[in-house]
Design a protein around this ligand. Sequence first.
Ligand code: NAD
Length: 498
Amino acid sequence: MSRHEVGPSLAWSTVPLGAMSLIGGEWVSSPGASRSVVSPYNGAVLGELREASPDDISRAIEDATTAFREWRAVPLKERAARLFEFRTLLLANIDRVSVSAALESGKTFGEAKAEVLKAIEVIEFATSLQNGDLGGAIEVSRGVSCEYRREPLGVVVGVTPFNFPAMVPMWMIPIALAVGNSFILKPSDKVPFTPCVLGDLIKEAGFPPGVFSIVQGGSSAVEQLITDPRVQAVGFVGSSPIAKTVYARATSGGKRALCLGGAKNHLIAVPDADPDITVDGVVASFTGCAGQRCMAASVLVAVGDVDHIIDRIIKKSSDIVLGRDMGALIDKGAVVRLTNAVATAARDGARVRLDGRNAKPPAGLEGGNWFGPSVLDDVRPSMECSCAELFGPVLSIIRVRTIDEALELERNSAYGNALSVFTTSGHVARYVSERATSGMIGVNVGVPVPREPFSFGGTKDSKFGSGDITGWGGVELWSNRKKITTKWSTQSDKNWMS
Ligand code: NAD
């Protein structure tokens, strides 16, 4: 199979599709299992995924180990120069990467482009590390100084989900490489192609072979990577049950791990909220990427009478055109899951005010995984749709009387990624921000993703491990602080440390 084989019915695609592993700087067509990957847009075969065999994975780790010995000694400014080059190539190829990400994940081209731009922000942060304060020394006693310096960990691994084929890998790769590690990416087997395009560009940017590798595969590849003693650290992003398992497996073997999980994000609207900002923010949050974002709005907590806002949210959501404003779900299983979730909510007493079941597919894309925006009103906290992560364009409205009741709902959630409050009152904004339990808080922002250098990470079952994955959190995750205490001369006024 050529890596540049294009799926038969996607002649409009300009993307080379054929997912192989990148090992020792070369594309490897592994003898492991192979299968077809289809587009969520129309069910057409996009290309073939070849899983890396256990031998290939072992070789990837060995090559990464060898590459690390030299890469760690390359000055940070030179490592950053490779990342600069990669950023330039990524910008020049942004349409190619975005088409690939849209085709395989089902999101719109605009959403895919936005995720690449966010990925570029992380690269820019990583390149800026060369000008940052990554060490320092203080004279701690007469003639004695203590210094700390950042040291890379060695071979580190990133395991990523389907919903952001370009951005989530880039949460990890640039920072891990900048601080001197060699990195092995295990992308989601649902979206194996975009990582290959990124791998091509990383290769072209001149990183030494083995510094960056890709191994394609599923859970057995992850198991091998996170239990291999040559691997020092694991970054994982995906659903909570798997994040929890991967965290336990990796840390029980002595590895550093940070595993981000699922979410159930609450948006609070109070009567003084600006209607325009609130309607736009809520609709974009729960329908963007067809709700397949770990920062998507899932529960709208309506405090008091905000019906004038809710009516407009429903109107705006019902105007959304599938295939133009909103993309497809990742697979048929997701369509069935959401269909059942809406049916269960209705059976349990929720009012279905907008029903995305049996949404009309865009013309010519009937084979895709389509599900329209759905709004469930009068939802009670005990219902499945108010507790479970649905991961689709479904907004559950829970009505409460006070802000404290709204906060209690959020506090009782198993997850802790995001909470946003829509208000024109600084007091309410502060009150909520200080008391909410989520890791990322928004005020009049529907998707409160922190921009670099602020780091990304939630709480509770949305994150296993400490710290965050991007920004300075990423620097902490992928490096150690080495402490060096130095004395060059004997001092006359000795103390206990001299
Ligand atoms: P997933 O958990 O099914 O898969 C994530 C990764 O784990 C993939 O690479 C997959 O191949 C691998 N994997 C699957 N089963 C495994 C197993 N048994 N053992 C080891 N590895 C396994 O997640 P997904 O469906 O691809 O992505 C959607 C989920 O990711 C949602 O829950 C979403 O909230 C979450 N997510 C979280 C964040 C965040 O920042 N917290 C960001 C994006 C997505």
